[in-house]
Write a protein that binds this ligand. Sequence first.
Ligand SMILES: Cc1cc2nc3c(=O)[nH]c(=O)nc-3n(C[C@H](O)[C@H](O)[C@H](O)COP(=O)(O)OP(=O)(O)OC[C@H]3O[C@@H](n4cnc5c(N)ncnc54)[C@H](O)[C@@H]3O)c2cc1C
Length: 429
Amino acid sequence: MSKIIIVGGGLAGGLSAIYLARRGHEVQVLEKRSDPQQDISSYIDQASSRGIGVSMTGRGINAVLGAGIPKKELDMCGEPIDGMSFFVKGKFKTRKLVPIDNLSPLSLDRSAFQKLLNKYASINGVTYHFEHKCIDVNLEQKSIITQDKHGDLHNISGDLIIGADGARSQVRQAMQNIIRRFEFHQSFFRHGYKTLVIPEAGRLSFRKDLLYFFGMDSKGLFCGRAAIIPDGSISFCLSLPYEGTTSLKMENPKHISQFFSRYLPPMPVDIHDELIKQFIEKPSNDLINVKSSTFYYKKNALLLGDSAHATAPFLGQGMNMALEDAQIFSQLLEKNHDDFEKTLPEFTQMRKREADAMQDMARANYDILSCSNPIFFMRVKYTRFMHQKFPEIYPPDMAEKLYFTSTSYSQLHSLQKKQNVWYKLGRMN
Ligand SMILES: Cc1cc2nc3c(=O)[nH]c(=O)nc-3n(C[C@H](O)[C@H](O)[C@H](O)COP(=O)(O)OP(=O)(O)OC[C@H]3O[C@@H](n4cnc5c(N)ncnc54)[C@H](O)[C@@H]3O)c2cc1C
């Protein structure tokens, strides 16, 4: 049994803790936020006091179930999704997704899911230190220093440090300082985002079983996504450029109102006004892409989830990949009899390839969304038609595999490239 220190008790940290505790390790999680079972305020939307939506697809669901969390309890954190609806030029175009293996994606309440992870971590004997912010990491000594809410410092050491502390990871920072030729690339998109939450989604004529997309007709100015979660609220994630007349900088209520009327469906006046108010009051957030040349240091430390490969949510896969990281790490430990020296490089080699593929696909999707044209819809129709007609030679639709299966991102990426070739050939014909 080894003592494992996990920095960050978010989604990747929570699920890894469960997997590792189930393997018999002593697991301690250091989390800078408060305990969500006692105080949920830092895990939810402050303006509406409701959860924030995030979509969980097949691979995320499989990773959660693999850690012994019952499907029934996971389902209570989300609404099953049957399709996607695109609001274009005042009309919804809905596309049904046909589940493979009866596994529908979930429109998840992120805070409810976090509580579920923490519940099962505790059941499996994981120790949490909440309101402990990691401020220093010593990779040689396998120790960290945390600061608690009273300002007191704590030195904690173990046999392995896992960095699950998100896009601005302290553990990754320590790797940068110590690893020769460590390559790190951080980039931002032309767009940032704001999440607006309406507590009573029932008053809008949106369906619970659909994921909604907006701004396809904005010529790359704007893209938005909305989904209803089980607490009855709806989260609109609106992505806009930082600068310009129509941007995250908009402050004039009349201007914002015109923008909403142009790109969102009609809604009751009080909800429309509430969205404007939240848009003005809420700060904008950055969309960040993080690439590291390696995810491990000796047999001492490993990065998982966003700390290794944060990606803008244009594919909706960051959390799903983070959860899958936890599962794959556990599977490799099983194969290698918990030998960290063997497992850490193997994990890195395997997951770096997947992370790169996932990030490339997310960026490609961003390019589609940010320079949208009608060809996008024609292309989806064309792909489905060709696959139905020539299933043996024409690859199936990528989105369905992405949403319902755990097909590796690298396979999906090469599928996407093949489809591009087929599509071009089809157009020539
Ligand atoms: C707007 C938006 C929408 C998204 N939608 C989706 C989606 O629909 N589907 C999807 O799969 N992904 C989505 N993502 C991506 C997803 O949110 C992330 O990939 C996911 O949260 C990664 O989980 P993580 O545990 O690695 O990191 P995080 O969720 O960032 O967790 C990191 C944890 O570490 C803690 N921490 C940080 N620093 C320290 C420190 N110094 N000391 C102690 N604790 C620390 C934090 O408090 C946090 O709890 C979205 C992202 C954004 C921005």
